[in-house]
Design a binder for this molecule. Structure first.
Ligand code: PMP
Length: 427
């Protein structure tokens, strides 16, 4: 496959953009090749600057659950653009999208729109701190919630060790308020909560961890966190930026029947435009400015184009049979991939919840970040490159989820399975 144009574009980009990219994982660093530059997309396919076509399982990292350029979303954006891209004033569309979100997530009584997932989690944490009057937060190792300072922290050794920053530029003084626990380990969380009595404002988690591949919660984990938070007056923040409207219309909370006090959303609710949202109990949300004292704002928040794209998207997701269709496609791919992986001598472990999935290059099962790190990332990289050569675009990291869309046709799925068979054989 020829990548001459992509190579030239990458060289030019590196002169003016750090690392040539506006978000690090796009640089393909962990898979040993330079990135492909995308020219356009349609349905299940994306096309690079050299005219190569790929079946796409990245879907802009989640938003494209209906495939790229769905005609109704394109029409909504075009129509709205013709009447003004941004006013910085309230519009009826914001209320409409808020009502739709609230209908899908009954625990979201009030919701505020922002422009990214990072803003959603950052704001939800500030709100939880303001509401409880406590400073510490608890997150899980391997869960990603965007790049706000207090969230760029991973676990130090030992149970009650305070966080250390994962990135230069995050003062240790900020990071010390972030406690980090092992995903799926409820006992550890209980010990940390006991050791930091009445000091923890919130526990934030991905209800299915998609930033270490695809790690579902073990039975009882979410329920246990819910109970603990209720008992201890801790705000439970369920970060559904990735899982919201993906694993069910009502997200992981509908699927597992456990509800957070606050919920973060993003990706799908913007239909591909920059949107995030955070919402939850009225009582907590009313602590936000201008009702309450917790400040949060945004020039482009509730942007008309983004609201229109979100409304058009959710209207389609609401259609009878949408998630059934998505499940059938995902299950078909799963069956085919398990078969070709089983025929190969390479150790793999497939994990899937609805339309998000991951193939770990190890025996598995993977229940935590430490488990995920046992994967053979060298072999993953080779597999990734083989798949790309065979016209399949996967996320360029072992620790990212793959995403199915309803635009993936039977032919796409069969081609993907065939490409996987070749890619395994060439390892
Ligand atoms: N939370 C989760 C669970 C995410 O997966 C992401 C992004 N992948 C974010 C938050 C941050 O969202 P954004 O990149 O839009 O800032």
């Amino acid at each position: 496959m020829n990548h001459q144009q992509s190579e030239a574009l990458f060289s030019a980009a590196k002169n003016v953009i750090p690392g040539g990219v506006n978000s690090p994982v796009r640089a393909f660093k962990s898979v040993g090749i330079n990135p492909i530059f995308i020219e356009k997309a349609a349905g299940s396919k994306i096309y690079d600057a050299d005219g190569n076509e790929y079946i796409d399982y990245v879907g802009s990292w989640g938003p494209m659950i209906m495939g790229h350029c769905h005609p109704k979303v394109v029409e909504a954006i075009q129509k709205t653009a013709a009447s003004g891209a941004s006013f910085g004033a309230p519009t009826a569309r914001e209320t409409q999208l808020a009502e739709m979100v609230s209908e899908a997530y009954p625990n979201i009584e009030k919701v505020r729109m922002v422009s990214s997932g990072t803003e959603a989690t950052m704001s939800a944490i500030r709100l939880a701190r303001g509401y409880t009057g406590r400073d510490k937060i608890l997150k899980f190792d391997g869960c990603y919630h965007g790049h706000a300072d207090s969230l760029l922290v991973k676990a130090g050794s030992g149970l009650a060790t305070f966080g250390v920053p994962t990135s230069p530029g995050v003062p240790a003084d900020f990071a010390k308020y972030t406690l980090t626990a092992t995903y799926n380990d409820l006992d550890e969380v209980k010990q940390m909560v006991a050791a930091n009595d009445k000091e923890i404002a919130c526990i934030i988690l991905e209800p299915i961890a998609g930033n270490m591949g695809c790690v579902p919660p073990v039975p009882g984990f979410l329920e246990g966190l819910r109970e603990l938070c209720t008992q201890e007056g801790i705000v439970l923040i369920v970060d559904e930026v990735m899982t919201g409207f993906r694993v069910a219309f009502g997200g992981a909370q509908e699927r597992f029947n456990v509800r957070g006090d606050l919920v973060c959303l993003g990706k799908i609710i913007g239909g591909g435009l920059p949107v995030g949202a955070f919402g939850g109990k009225k009582e907590i949300m009313d602590s936000l400015s201008p009702e309450g004292g917790v400040y949060q704002a945004g020039t482009l928040s509730g942007n008309p184009l983004a609201m229109s794209a979100g409304i058009a998207t959710l209207n389609i997701l609401k259609e009878e049979g949408f998630y059934q269709q998505l499940e059938e496609k995902s299950a078909y791919l799963e069956k085919g991939l398990l078969q070709v992986a089983g025929n190969s001598s390479v150790a793999t472990c497939w994990q899937r919840v609805g339309a998000m999935f991951c193939t770990y290059f190890q025996q598995g099962p993977v229940n935590s970040f430490a488990d995920a790190l046992n994967s053979d990332t060298e072999t993953f990289s080779k597999f990734f490159r083989n798949m790309l050569d065979n016209g399949i675009n996967l996320a360029p990291s072992q620790f990212e989820a793959g995403f199915m869309s309803v635009a993936h046709s039977q032919e796409d799925l069969d081609k993907t399975i065939e490409a996987a068979e070749k890619s395994f054989a060439a390892l």
